[in-house]
Design a protein around this ligand. Structure first.
Ligand code: G3P
Ligand code: CA
Length: 244
C-alpha cells in the first residue's frame, strides 16, 4: 500500500521543517516525514531547506556561517508572523527525540547539492545509530556522490537517488549503484518507467504530490511513498481507496 509522507513536515499549513510542522504531521497520521539537513559552522546537523536562512527565517546569510547557538535565535516561522509564535530551526537530534517513540519513518534529504558539507554523511549516520533508527530512515540526495558516500559508510541504510528531471534508464542507473530507492519528481513516473523500476525491485518514492488527482494517480500506479505538503489530504485519499 502507498505510504503517506509529509514533505518538510506538514508544510502546507505550518512553517516548513520546524518541530511544529513535524508534530502536526504526526497528528495527521502521516506514515513518515521528509526533511532537509545541512551543517552549521560548528558542525551541528540542522533541519532547513535552503543553504541560506533568508527565505524561511527573519535572518540573512549562509547556514554554514553561523554556529547553532547563533542560528537558533532566528524565527523559522516568521513568514507566518502572529500565527504560530516563535519556532526555531531544529536540530536533527531534537527531531529524533520527537519521533523516536512513534512509528514514523524519516526520509532525510542530505542538502549537499551546492555545499557538500564534508563529513555530513558520517555525522548523520552516527546520530541514526545513537537513536537506533537504522530501520526507520531513508537517506536521499540530489548529489548522488553523497548518497554513495552514505552507502559506503552504512551499507544497511536504505538510500535513494533524487532527480528533478528526466534521466535515461533510471532503473538500470539505480540498480548499477546498488541503491534501493528512486526519488523522482512525480511527473517522471510514466507507466513504462514505473514498470521497469518495479521489475528490478526498486522502491519508488516521489514528490511533491499535493493535488488530489495526482495523489490518486500515484496510488493507482502503486507508488511506494507519496511525499506531499498535505498529509491530511493524502491520508483521506489513501483511506478511501483502501475502503472501496
Ligand atoms: O525529497 C523530495 C523533495 O523534498 C526534493 O525537493 O526542493 O523540496 O527538497 P525539495
Ligand atoms: Ca527535500
Amino acid at each position: 500500500m502507498t505510504k503517506n509522507f509529509a514533505h518538510r513536515g506538514f508544510s502546507g499549513k505550518y512553517p516548513e521543517n520546524t518541530l511544529l510542522a513535524f508534530e502536526k504531521a504526526i497528528e495527521a497520521q502521516a506514515d513518515g516525514i521528509e526533511l532537509d539537513v545541512q551543517l552549521t559552522k560548528d558542525g551541528e546537523i540542522v533541519i532547513i531547506h535552503d543553504e541560506t536562512i533568508d527565505r524561511t527565517t527573519n535572518g540573512k546569510g549562509l547556514v554554514a556561517d553561523y554556529t547553532y547557538e547563533e542560528l537558533e535565535k532566528f524565527d523559522a516561522s516568521y513568514i507566518y508572523t502572529g500565527q504560530f509564535g516563535f519556532n526555531k530551526i531544529p536540530t536533527l537530534r531534537e527531531y529524533f527525540n520527537l519521533i523516536k517513540d512513534t512509528n514514523i519513518i524519516t526520509n532525510i534529504e542530505l542538502k549537499t547539492g551546492i555545499n557538500e558539507y564534508q563529513g555530513i554523511e558520517e555525522k548523520v549516520y552516527n546520530l541514526i545509530k545513537e537513536f537506533q533508527l537504522e530501520d526507520r530512515v531513508i537517506i536521499s540526495s540530489f548529489n548522488h556522490y553523497s548518497v554513495l558516500r552514505m552507502k559506503a559508510i552504512a551499507p544497511r541504510i536504505k538510500c535513494g537517488f533524487l532527480t528533478e528531471t528526466w534521466i535515461l534508464n533510471p532503473s538500470k542507473y539505480i540498480k548499477n549503484y546498488c541503491v534501493e530507492c528512486y526519488h523522482p519528481h512525480f511527473a517522471m513516473l510514466t507507466p513504462k518507467i514505473v514498470k521497469e523500476l518495479k521489475t528490478l525491485g526498486i522502491e519508488i518514492n516521489t514528490w511533491t504530490v499535493n493535488k488530489e488527482e495526482d495523489i490518486r494517480d500515484m496510488i493507482a500506479k502503486e507508488i511506494d511513498i507519496v511525499i506531499g505538503n498535505f498529509p491530511d489530504l493524502t491520508k483521506k485519499i489513501i483511506d478511501e481507496t483502501v475502503n472501496k
